[in-house]
Structures are given as C-alpha cells and as structure tokens.
Design a protein around this ligand. Structure first.
Ligand SMILES: *Cc1c(COP(=O)(O)O)cnc(C)c1O
Length: 521
C-alpha cells in the first residue's frame, strides 16, 4: 500500500530546525575544524548523504523528507566545516559572516530575484545601483558618475578590470601600435594572470614586478618596465596582498601610469586621435583591493588606500573585511562609459531600447553573468545596520588582534616574523631553539620548511587549528600565517594559538632526529 505523504514543514519550521542542527553540528565538531583528516570527514559526510558504494542512495527513489534531510545534512555540514567563527580558524581570508547579513541572505534566497532584467528584480535593481554608488563614494569616486557591479569576488572583479582596460585600449586604437600588456607585482593574486589568459592578453607573458621586503610593488622597477614598453598597459596594483596584507604605493603607481600615458601621447606614431583617445586607452590602473578594500571603513587604516580614487577600476571583496556571506565581490569604475564588450551582445528577451526609453533600467550590461543573485542585499542591510563606524570598529578589532599577535611573535625566540603587520595578517615561522637537543636543532635548521609544513598539518589533522602557510622571500621559505578576520576573537585566543604552534614545533623538532630517519613524523 502506498504511504500517505506527510505534510512537509514550512520555511519557518525549517529555519528553526536549521539553527538547531547548526548548533548541534558545531557542538559535535568541538573545534575549528573536524578532527581526523580527509578520510574521516569523507566517511562521515557520505554516511549523512546516504551515499552507499553503489552511489544510488543520495538520490533515493523516495525522498526522506525535508525535516530529516535538513537536520541530518546541516549537522553533517556544520560538524565537518572549517568554521571561521572559531578563533583558531585563522588561515584564510574567509570571515565569519554577520548574523544580520546571513538573515538578509535568507530573504534573497526566499525571493530569488535575478539582476539580469528589471522585470525579475524591480527592487533589487535599485538596491544594487545604490550599493555600488555608496561604495564608489567610499572609494573616493563621484557616485553620480561611477559605475560598477556586484561580483562573485576578486576573481571576477579582476577579470572585469582587465576586460574594461582591453576595451579602452582598443577603442583608443592604440592596440595596433603595440600590444596591451599587464604589469603586476610578484605578490599579485593568481586571478590577475588567469584573467589575462582568459582575455588573450597574456602574450608576451604578464610582467611580474618584484616586491620590496614588505611585499609591496617596487615602483622604481615598474617605471623602468613601463618605459621599455611602447604600447598600452594595464597596471594592477594590490591593496592588501593575499599573503602579507601589504598595500602597494597606490599614489606613486598612479603617477607611473600617468607618466606612461604622457609618454605615449608624445610619440606621434602611437598617438590616438584626440577625440577617441581617452587617457585610459594608453594606461589603465586597476587596484585589486579584494582584501584591503575593507580598510576604507576604518578611520585608522583608510590612509593605506590613499590614491585608490586615481584608479580606473577597483575590486573589493566584502566577504573578506566586510563580514558578508560569500559571494560579496564589488567591481567599481569611475568611468560610466567603459563597458563596450558587454554592451555588444544583446538579447531581446532581456533588454530592449523601448523599455529603457520608457524608464525601465537594466543592469544586464554591467555583468558577465546573466542570472545572478541579489548579493547586494545583505551588503545593503549591513551598511544600514552597522554604518561606517560599526564596520570600521570590526576592521580595527582585527587589526588590533594582528598587532598583538605580532608582538607575541616578536617576544617568542622560537617565532620569527616575516613582514610588519599592515592589515590583519601575521606571517612568521617557527625556528627551534635552546631546549631542543643540539643535533635536532642543527637538523631542523637545515630543513625549517618541512618543520613548518609539519606544524600546520599536525594541527589540521587533529582538528585543533587552521593556520595558513605560504612561501616568503627570494628563497621562498615556508612560513605560517594567521589571517585574523574574527572580530570576536580575543588576545588570549591569539596568544594561546601562538603557544600551541610553538609547542607543536618543539614537539616535532624534538622527535625529528630521534627516530634516526631524518623524517619529520
Ligand atoms: C581573495 C583575493 C582575490 C580573489 O578573490 P575571490 O573573492 O576569492 O574571487 C583576488 N585578489 C586578492 C588580493 C585577494 O586577496
């Protein structure tokens, strides 16, 4: 006999179940990430998914019902997550989202507006436009002129920046006189090179300008490299390098781009006709402020971004220093006219000139995507709820934590800092010291990379802490890093984490050499 289908719970009941299951999953996890490493996590998640070896039960013939599915799977997700709300989850630029932003995100999912046409998103179209204007003003652009779009993150924003730069270069008819070339520092994000590759502007290869000892672009070397290139350029400056949180000298870089524009104008062979030769056609400055853009909320740190308003385009990520659920990327440009590639392709079903003439706005040409969520909405709610001071206080709290961590690192002879703190990242490495037997100390001194690798992995495997790792300097030495984006973490949390890292290093350095294999256990 067929079973009578049970009534399915409504959204209010399901939200209640979700919150309960989140708490239960977190309780089961008991730390910043699940213990036991990938095989244990995989087994637990597969069990919750009902994923049997024949792979049929994740999609059963008859469903298990909303209550069982949501409870079981939310618990498994929470228990198996690296949770940025835990003070010892400090590796990546992945932040604990504000409850107010998560609540707003629920409304977006429930209403599901799509920004590709006004008749799918009447309110959300205005919300995105106003969020872009407010953030453009924060960056120092004229909000009535500036344009932009909400993106999936720095990756898409960097692609947009390079796309607009390429359009500007070809409109100015400079491309025929020399290929558009991308200049970025060696510390730039990998998405810059990917964007260049996608757009076909990667030959000759992107020019990588060396950085100084604080991870900032060497502007003297940029000037030299620009002087050797006779064609149009895009310079990508980074405001908040992913590893060190360093900010390139934006004002000086803008001056170097301006110098390049003037140089091209003086060359008669490459001069664009005056009426089409917008200055940006010969030199475009894109600022990748995916990480550092949040400093604009802080009275204390905003000065680091001095010069950002001289950019032709800017990338910001509010799912980093902005405490939004991802995705909350923002792309801004002070030039409202610069979107020809996107305008070139049209579809009558989405946009028509008669609708626009009748006053129906369209954001279709502002994004590479067609269907897209109203990710501006949680941002709008957060800006209203906290204001600039509220967000600035969160940025400052994380900056305070990073400076405190820096002092603790400096005070511990086993820990060696790599860069001064600019934003909220602390990069350092463990060095064995007195207390470790002489031969072990000598061995590990030759192989500090493996030792620092081993510290990170040991903490990861037993679920105690998520610490970042990168390579620093000309010898690309392995370093650890704390990316502190949790404003609720305390100084005591940070000190205890650094003690745990050093103690783990002592333990591993002591074991190393003892087993006679030369391998770090
Ligand atoms: C995080 C980051 C990106 C990439 O942003 P996504 O949001 O991950 O796409 C780009 N540039 C910098 C400097 C970043 O820190």
């Amino acid at each position: 006999m067929r079973e009578v289908p049970q009534p399915q719970p409504g959204l209010d009941e399901l939200v209640g179940m979700t919150l309960t299951a989140l708490a239960e999953g977190r309780r089961r996890r008991g730390g910043p990430l699940p213990a036991g490493g990938p095989s244990r996590v995989r087994a637990a998640v597969q069990a919750a998914l009902g994923a049997s070896p024949d792979r049929t039960s994740l999609l059963p013939r008859t469903g298990i019902g909303a209550a069982a599915a949501i409870t079981g799977l939310v618990e498994a997700l929470a228990a198996g997550s690296a949770d940025p709300a835990d003070p010892w989850c400090a590796a990546h630029l992945h932040c604990p989202p504000l409850p107010v932003a998560v609540a707003a995100d629920l409304a977006v999912s429930a209403l599901n507006p799509s920004l590709d046409s006004w008749d799918q998103a009447p309110a959300a179209t205005t919300i995105e436009t106003e969020v872009v204007a407010a953030l453009a003003e924060l960056a120092g652009f004229d909000p009535d002129q500036a344009a932009g779009t909400i993106t999936t993150g720095g990756t898409e924003s960097n692609l947009m920046g390079l796309l607009l730069a390429r359009d500007a270069a070809s409109n100015g008819r400079l491309a025929s006189n020399g290929r558009l070339r991308v200049f970025r520092s060696t510390a730039a994000h990998l998405s810059v090179d990917r964007a260049a590759a996608v757009l076909g502007i990667d030959t000759p290869p992107v020019a990588a300008i060396p950085t100084d000892d604080q991870d900032r672009m060497r502007v003297d070397l940029l000037r030299k490299a620009l002087a050797e290139h006779a064609g149009p350029v895009v310079v990508v400056a980074t405001a908040g390098t992913t590893d060190a949180g360093a900010v390139d000298p934006l004002r000086e870089i803008a001056a170097a781009v301006e110098e390049h524009r003037r140089r091209l104008r003086r060359r008669p062979s490459s001069a664009a006709p005056a009426e089409t030769g917008h200055p940006a056609s010969s030199g475009w400055l894109h600022v990748d402020a995916a990480y550092g853009g949040g400093a604009l909320f802080s009275d204390r740190l905003a000065a680091h971004l001095d010069g950002v308003a001289l950019a032709d385009s800017v990338a910001l990520d509010l799912h980093k220093l902005g405490w939004q659920p991802a995705p909350a990327g923002v792309f801004l440009t002070p030039r409202p006219d610069g979107w020809p590639s996107l305008r070139a392709a049209q579809a009558d079903y989405l946009r028509s000139e008669d609708d626009e003439a009748a006053g129906f706005p369209s954001l279709l040409d502002r994004s590479l995507r067609t269907t897209r969520r109203a990710d501006s909405f949680p941002i709008a709610v957060t800006l209203r709820a906290l204001g600039r001071d509220g967000l600035g206080a969160l940025v400052d709290a994380c900056h305070d934590l990073a400076r405190h961590a820096e002092r603790t690192v400096q005070a511990d002879p086993r820990l060696e800092p790599a860069f001064p703190v600019t934003l909220t990242t602390v990069v350092f490495r463990y060095h064995p010291q007195a207390g470790v037997t002489g031969s072990a100390a000598a061995c590990t001194a030759e192989r500090p990379d493996q030792l620092n690798d081993a510290i990170r992995r040991a903490l990861l495997l037993d679920g105690r802490a998520v610490v970042g790792r990168t390579r620093v300097g000309p010898d690309r030495a392995v370093h650890l890093k704390l990316t502190l984006l949790n404003p609720n973490a305390t100084r005591a949390d940070v000190d205890a984490l650094l003690r745990l890292i050093a103690a783990t290093g002592d333990e591993l350095a002591g074991g190393y050499g003892d087993d006679g294999t030369g391998n770090i256990p």
